[in-house]
Design a protein around this ligand. Sequence first.
Ligand SMILES: *Cc1c(COP(=O)(O)O)cnc(C)c1O
Length: 369
Amino acid sequence: MSIEMSKPVPRPGILDIAAYVPGKEHAPGVARVFKLSSNETPLGASPKAIEAFRAAAQSLERYPDGQATELRQAIAGVYGLNAANILCGNGSDELLGLLCHVYLAPGDEAIITEHGFLVYKIQIMGAGAAPVTVKERDCTVDVDAILAAVTTRTKMVFIANPGNPTGTYVPVSEIRRLQAALPKHVILVLDAAYAEYVRRNDYEAGIELVSSNSNVVMTRTFSKVYGLAALRVGWMFGPAEIVDALNRLRGPFNMNAPAIAAGAAAVRDQAFVESAVAHNLLWIDKLTAALETIGLKVTPSVANFVLIHFPDIDGKRAADADDFLTSRGYILRAVRGYGFPNSLRMSVGTEEANRGFIETLGEFMGRKA
Ligand SMILES: *Cc1c(COP(=O)(O)O)cnc(C)c1O
């Protein structure tokens, strides 16, 4: 029997977790606000997804399909996969959490990278395991640093590819080299939340690596290019044994019915995705060039956001820019928690938002774009 305490006490480690802080939403007192802080698409969701969501409202009294069959089959059809190897989640965040809770225990270690997505650390600690953080090189995941950190306790490695908030990517040859050198019992998690945006010949989201190995999983999301962040739709492609293990722990109805319907309609509308990607490619280039003209350093991005580095000059630091931009209605993401105390992350917006942002930031820096 355990000792009696004066109040309920969480498991060891839970109170060491720093809660996730989402991107800012409001600019008090400003009439017109452009939220560029959460990597949401400025183009909304496919009209077909919205229609499917509305139709689902007709039968809210019924439990959803616990297997999310329609959504898994739609994803499988579009991406050329076996639906049995797909697991859908209430956002990919849920799947990252399930992976940790199924495969990590106290005493285990999981490797994350210096500027990696904060959700990994939260879930690793939530499972009672120890996050081991390794350095990145030039804001890019460093495979050798990861391999050097592997110990007998290592059970998982988390990589966001492309990275958030860096926007950089690791070429498939490097991911293959990492997988080949990892012990076979270590799970390599490839979080490809921004994969749809990447147009590089040496990039692969991970489908091939998952298919040919028993220790690699790829997670994806409908929160970014598909514009369904509000509905919480994510999916994982993984080996049958890992999918089976996660299926045992997940909530029996973890996906809600409107999300299943809207997700399936969204993934079938690839023409909509193409137009969103085209908008993004155009503006990533324009924004990067304009920011450099203003005199700011930008990390080259293959995703739908840019990481902007500010000078170490009084009145011109990231926090000053953040205040100035917010007062004009442009909400960006402070990334101090990701190891960038003097940078801001800007999500690509509409043409109007992007142009206004550049003009406003130029004014702040005293330089015209
Ligand atoms: C946005 C994002 C996700 C998506 O999370 P959801 O729970 O699917 O909304 C996952 N990983 C990274 C790195 C992200 O930036």
